[in-house]
Design a binder for this molecule. Structure first.
Ligand SMILES: NC(=O)c1ccc[n+]([C@@H]2O[C@H](COP(=O)([O-])OP(=O)(O)OC[C@H]3O[C@@H](n4cnc5c(N)ncnc54)[C@H](O)[C@@H]3O)[C@@H](O)[C@H]2O)c1
Length: 345
């Protein structure tokens, strides 16, 4: 199939791009390189450096490349930043998505897979697993910007009367790296626990702060549903097949349905890296619920999704091995910069 991947130079989008190219699809990546990297895009994909907000560009790419389905990953993803600068999030995540969805309708692209997030649920009122029908009460502009995009996509699809079908995937905590380590997470300023634990294990950070040790959980720290990136990518492949087979537009949670605590993640990283990870106890962060857990029965039943890498040690091992590669990439690029500077002097 001829696919457009927005944000295909970022963490999740680049993993999807590699897997889809490997599976024989023709892939075009559009990415502004705001937080993504050119090297993360597979060589066999066509790369267009551009902004999703540039609707004319998006429409041209959709038409010229005769795109059959769009996987829309491009977004700003920092929750804290979204609180400080909400307009940036509504502009990039909501307005730019609206332009893209409209361009899909205008150019006759029939299928869209949209990256949404568990943040659309806000703070769960109980520790029970979240189903797709749980209340949608985002507590920050990031979650709200994604929820609005979900709604717009559903409304545009309905108005297009069957000419545009979609799958919305609400990811829980994506983590780890591709099994063959071709790509991994390299998002600047990433605040994801598994990545920070890997950086600390490698000595790039002195310690890791545990935000809140007095939660009503077994060890007092927050529980999250970590999902290996390869299983997350597989959900997109299953969603594409589902839409290709005439499946109705729908929304699915993507998580394992069980959660690990902050201390369990740190212990797993320590085990797989062989390094002691220094922890500092910190206060709770505002808006951090004690448990965020997916109910994944619907995606298993409707899309036939079957996770294969549900193993915290494997998640941490791939994240750690990737972090080592990333460090050496950074060293090479710093050395390149120094050589370049000395030429310019
Ligand atoms: N990482 C997670 O755990 C997680 C969880 C839930 C949802 N998500 C969603 O998954 C998607 C991908 O997240 P990620 O973790 O890979 O983030 P990322 O920052 O690594 O990737 C986002 C990519 O989009 C690009 N981009 C951003 N705005 C753009 C624009 N206007 N035009 C073109 N390119 C643009 C960036 O340069 C980057 O390459 C996002 O939509 C995010 O909301 C991620």
């Amino acid at each position: 199939m001829k696919l457009l991947i927005t944000g295909g130079a970022g963490y999740i989008g680049s993993h999807a791009a590699h897997q889809l190219v490997d599976e024989g699809h023709q892939v075009v990546v559009v990415d502004s390189l705001y937080s993504g990297h050119r090297w993360a895009v597979p060589e066999r994909a066509r790369f267009v450096e551009g902004n999703v907000a540039d609707t004319a560009l998006m429409e041209r790419v959709l038409r010229e490349e005769a795109i059959e389905a769009v996987l829309h990953f491009a977004a700003h993803v920092e929750v804290g930043e979204s609180v400080a600068d909400p307009a940036k999030y509504y502009r990039n995540n909501t307005l730019a998505s609206l332009g893209l969805f409209e361009a899909c309708v205008r150019t006759g692209v029939g299928r869209v897979i949209f990256s949404s997030t568990a943040a659309v649920y806000g703070e769960p009122t109980s520790d029970a697993a979240l189903t797709e029908n749980s209340p949608l009460l985002p507590v920050n502009p990031y979650g709200a910007s994604k929820l609005m995009s979900e709604r717009m996509l559903a409304d545009l699809s309905r108005a297009a009367g069957g000419r545009l079908s979609y799958v919305i995937l609400r990811y829980f905590n994506a983590a780890g790296a591709r099994g063959d380590l071709r790509v991994g997470q390299a998002t600047p300023r990433a605040t994801h626990l598994v990545k920070i634990a890997a950086e600390t294990a490698l000595g790039q950070r002195d310690s890791i702060t545990v935000h809140g040790t007095d939660y009503p959980t077994a060890d007092g720290t927050c529980l999250r549903d970590y999902i290996h990136i390869d299983d997350l990518v597989q959900a997109h492949i299953d969603a594409l097949k589902y839409l290709e087979g005439g499946g109705a537009s729908d929304i699915f949670n993507v998580g394992y349905g069980h959660a690990s605590s902050v201390l369990e993640v740190i212990a797993a990283m320590s085990r797989v890296s062989g390094s002691e990870i220094r922890m500092v106890k910190g206060p709770r962060r505002a808006g951090d619920p004690s448990v965020v857990l997916s109910d994944n029965q619907k995606i298993r039943r409707v899309l036939g999704w079957q996770p294969r890498f549900d193993d915290l040690d494997l998640i941490c091992r791939t994240a750690f091995e990737w972090e080592k590669i990333l460090q050496s990439k950074k060293k090479v690029s710093n050395a390149d910069k120094r050589t370049h500077d000395s030429f310019n002097r």
